[in-house]
Structure formats: C-alpha cells, structure tokens
Design a protein around this ligand. Structure first.
Ligand code: P6P
Length: 315
C-alpha cells in the first residue's frame, strides 16, 4: 500500500510543496474527527454569523476554517491563506513559497442531514499573488467527509485518490483517476430552470429527451447540493456537473467561487482526463479579479462538456 508520504515523494521533489499538501491532509483528518462528533456536540447549528458571501455560517464552517488556519500557520512554507470564510486574505509566513486558497467546509448546508461535505483547496506559487489563473496552480485537492474520509490530489501529473485509515494514515486507493469521456449522468439544480439561458436549457432538454432525442442515449440526474460529493461521483464513474451562469446569478458572475472551488476542481478533473469550462472558455484560463470572485462551472466527462460548449457556441 502506498502512503501519502510515499506518493508525495514520487510526485514531487519539492519538499516544501509536499509539506503544504501534508498540512492540508492533516487539517482534513482533524476536520473529519470534528464532524464525526458534531451531531453529539451540537455543532451542526448556525453560528449566527454570515460570511463575505452573505451566507449564514454554520459553526462548523468557522471551526473548519480555524483548523485549516492553525495547520497552515504552523507550516513555514505558506505565505498567504485565502478562505471562503474570511473576508480578507491572511498573511502567514513572510517570503514563504506558496499560497493556499480554500473552502474549508463546502456543502455545509448538508451537515445536519449527514450528507457528504468537503474541504477544497488550491496551491499557488507566492510569486504572482492570489489572483493567478488556474493554470498557475502547483497542486489542488479535496477531502470528502463521507462514510469514508477520502482525499483526491493532483500536483502536475496524475489525479490520485486516498482514504484515511483508522490509524490516521492516508492510503492511496486510486493511483490514477480517469473520468470516462462519455456519460449518461448530469448534475444540475433543475429547480433553477426558470433562470437558465438558452444553452443550459437546450442541453438539459436534449439530455432529458434521452434515446428519443438528438443525444440518442438515456440520461439520469444526480444533484447532491455538495460540490465535493458530486465531483467525487464524477471522478469515480463519469458525469457532468453544471452550475452555469443564469439570470439570477449573472449579476454576481455565477454561484461558485473561482479561486477555491472552480479552479481546484478543474485542476483535478483535467488531471483525470476530464474537461472544465465556463461554457465559453476553459475554467483554468480565467484571469481572477478578486479573491471571492464567482464563476460559472461546467466540468466532468470531456465529451459532455464539449456538448454544452457547443450549445453555448450556437446560442
Ligand atoms: P444549490 C454548497 O453551498 C455549494 O457551494 C456547492 O457545494 C454545491 O454544489 C452548490 O453550492 C449547491 O447549490 O443552489 O443547489 O443549493
């Protein structure tokens, strides 16, 4: 069995980068332990505060953010932390080589119903600051807190998967993830249909038409309401995740955040042979203008993302 330390040694000679990823993995293990006890400690309730997005924060959003902050403050290789739960970026070790952007607990609206939530993170070189395109990432990953605690990582090469064992060791379970090119499963919040643009509406209508329509095959729909859960399913068996621009989110630029949701997930998806797009351009090519910038996200099985892009091209 390959441990996280062995995988890191294989994937990069840069021990500083390896230490940053190891710190996020340790933070994930601590968050997993905290979440396991949350229903008993009663932490799944609202914290009474709201984050920069104006969303009601759960106590565990703040607790998870504090856990990540503590682990990264202890790592002298991290210069700056950008977090969904903090209005401003926090300076950590001066002149350190790497920046981390994170959503410490994505999908937290699912906490009180025990549905998988996760920590998403992106690692950028300090040089260039936090507003770098996704192509500048040197690593990205997520930790999924489900019945098992799993982690998916990519430095520059392959996207690999790990599971946390009872001794606290991360064990490699997927050496090289491969998102199937084709899929019959789409993930979108269909309750938003009335806000969709012509491209999204056309693509979903065509998919629902199944064998009788131009797609010529049957589709199924999944929507967990937790990006990490939807992404992990897509990484494991294919599929397409869509949170497109719509008439309600267009004023904010979209729903999901570029630096710590879209970019890391795009990095992981592309490392597994998938595709990630805004609908009209590669997600990793978007030039960020602010640390909490929102962006439309369409990612997963390459063939399916191309179909959506074709809808955008003709509309
Ligand atoms: P909706 C969770 O709040 C999140 O940021 C993602 O994890 C998830 O995919 C999406 O929002 C769910 O959005 O509009 O369906 O509640």
């Amino acid at each position: 069995m390959t441990t996280l330390a062995q995988w890191l040694a294989l994937e990069t000679p840069d021990t500083a980068l390896a230490s940053v990823i190891a710190s996020m993995a340790s933070a994930g293990a601590d968050i997993a332990a905290t979440l396991r006890m949350a229903p008993i400690t009663g932490d799944t309730g609202l914290a009474g505060a709201t984050n920069v997005q104006g969303e009601a924060q759960k106590a565990l959003d703040i607790i998870s953010n504090d856990i990540v902050l503590a682990h990264l403050r202890d790592n002298p290789k991290v210069s700056l932390l950008v977090s969904e739960e903090m209005d401003d970026a926090v300076e950590l070790s001066v002149d350190a080589p790497f920046i981390v952007a994170t959503d410490p607990l994505d999908g937290s609206s699912n906490l009180d119903v025990n549905v998988t939530v996760g920590t998403i993170f992106s690692v950028l070189p300090t040089l260039g600051g936090p507003l770098q395109k996704g192509t500048a990432q040197v690593a990205a990953g997520y930790i999924a807190y489900g019945h098992a605690t799993t982690m998916v990582l990519r430095i520059k090469g392959r996207t690999s998967g790990f599971a946390l064992d009872t001794s606290g060791e991360w064990i490699e379970i997927i050496a090289e993830a491969k998102i199937p090119e084709a899929t019959g499963e789409f993930a979108i919040n269909t309750a938003r249909e009335r806000f969709w643009d012509a491209a999204t509406a056309g693509y979903v209508r065509e998919s629902i038409a199944g064998e009788t329509g131009p797609a010529g095959k049957r589709y199924n729909m999944r929507w967990v309401g937790s990006m990490v859960a939807d992404m992990h399913r897509i990484l494991m068996r294919g599929g397409i995740f869509l949170y497109p621009l719509d008439s309600e989110t267009v004023s904010k630029g979209g729903r999901l955040r570029l630096l710590y949701e879209a970019n890391p997930m795009a990095w992981l998806a592309e490392g597994a042979g998938g595709r990630a797009s805004t609908g009209t351009q590669s997600l990793l090519s978007v030039q960020p203008t602010s640390i909490h910038q929102r962006i439309p996200v369409i990612l997963g099985s390459a063939e399916e993302v191309l179909r959506v892009e074709a809808w955008y091209a003709k509309s």
